[in-house]
Design a protein. Sequence first.
Lengths: 151, 410
Amino acid sequence: MQDLTDLYQSVILDHNRRPRNYSVLPTANRVGSGNNPMCGDQMTVYVRLEGDRIADISFQGSGCAISKASTSLMTINLKGKTIAEAEAIYAGIHQLVTTGQVAEDDMSDLAALAGVHQFPARIKCATLGWHAALNAAKGEATPATTEKPSD
Amino acid sequence: MNAAWKNVRADFPILDQQVNGHPLVYLDNAATSQKPSCVIDALANYYRKDNANVHRGIHTLSMRATFAYEAARERAAKFLNAAEPGEIVFTAGTTDSINLVANAWGDENLKPGDVILLTEMEHHSNLVPWQLLARRTGAKLRYLPVVAGDTGLLDLAQLPTVLTPEVKIFAFTHVSNTLGVINPAAELCAAAKKVGALTVVDAAQSAGHLPLDVRAMGCDFLAVSGHKMCGPTGVGLLYGRKTLLDAMPPYRGGGSMISSVEYFESKWAPAPAKFEAGTPNIADVIALARAMDYLDDLGREAIAQHDEKLAALAYARLLDEVPGIRILGPAHHRSGVVSFDLPGVHAHDVVTMADQEGVALRGGHHCNQPLMKKLGLSSTSRASFYLYNTEAEIDRLVATLQKISKFFTG
């Protein structure tokens, strides 16, 4: 299973087993949910927005190792970022999972998602939580909005 | 098993290929079956030699196409032991067939207070059309439960409670695409008849897998997909008792379904033409009839035994050899569908990893979200067997799942 260790790197397996920031955020003032109607995956992302800054972020949901690990990694990387910074990071992620090309900046542990581009059916798994988070950060205050993510 | 079984794998050229460096093990038959060469040839030969529009044609090719199309209807009637070819309506598949009944029969016959009875194990295709019908007519939906636990059997003890005189139509699946359960269709149809309810049987997973006799079963309607029984995609059929089809209004308007048309009104052709507006799916219908010949040459009783033997072997071996696996459905008397949950590994990860080993599985909710919720699962992986699968392929399945389990849980 040589190709599979590209997809399921140890960082992914670790975040799948022990997802970070995996809880409801009591202080959240934005909630976004992403669901993939084709496979039934569902992620809810909780955000505390202070001005345009993501002061805190957490998630819960059910999904495959890729969607869970990607969302877990996302919470670590988006905490403290502005919405504009978060969008720029997501643009890099989108490029990474669709082409395998790393953006100019150091992507640190997010680079573990590079293998996804070899498995086109799984790209939507990697982007699910990100859609939910950006949806939450840019959307109206609670109640949650639901979106149908594409890529 | 007769002589037709001897080279059965060679009949399916697609099986002879490598996927990700391994010989393909195709275990996604509940989603769609592969097609034998004779069916592929029937399609190609129709387009090479006989293609023309059917009905009303006077020229030779049109007569040839019309003859083959109507011969396919006779073949299908024989396949299901219908009373006459006029009880067979060609459709796009099971979903289309069920929508036809829900619209043409349902809109005309249901009123507020009436009940549509379904079971908790229905595929979305035998659920959503009835939800839409209930919304249009004010009729209510009711469900025959599945027993608690993982056997997946219908709770027949509840039948007298839910099958009351308010039930006007009872739609249920013959074989569950998620649980592999074979439901007692004849018993359910007889019970429905006692309260005056019509029956719609979803035979998507049973046609081509089990012997089917609509008269012995006693159903009023039965829906079939061609592509799950060695036929092409995009074609299927609806069996309906002739008196019911005759009394139903059309579902779609257009050419071929009329006897006369004037500017402000039209008269309908008799069934089944009434339900086949527009140019039908001629080539696929003809190839579907060829698939029926192929299946009957092998013998549907023999196919059922083959499926059941592989499913029982897979069930026993997975339970013994894959630590912690949870298998849905009964241990015995089941179809070739085996759904399972591998602890700590999401179904999509199972399917991606199995694919790397050349093993084609399906993972997800199997168009069965309410049942998944009841079972406390968001998704399962599914291996489904058909006539060309072998015991050696179960070795590959078991070894692959052991490898996946080890990879994820260490």
